[in-house]
Design a protein around this ligand. Structure first.
Ligand code: ZN
Length: 42
């Protein structure tokens, strides 16, 4: 049996492909981009 914590620790971190920030609590539909980079107007 694999430990649940080990399982999550082995998951790849989601990072913004533009600035490299770690993305947390993002829906998959957003892709790999953080809030800051998600707004083209900025
Ligand atoms: Zn970003």
């Amino acid at each position: 049996m694999i430990n649940v914590l080990e399982f999550f620790r082995n998951l790849p971190m989601k990072n913004c492909y533009k600035c490299g920030d770690t993305i947390t609590e993002k829906a998959d539909c957003y892709g790999n981009i953080c809030d800051d980079c998600d707004h083209p107007a900025r």
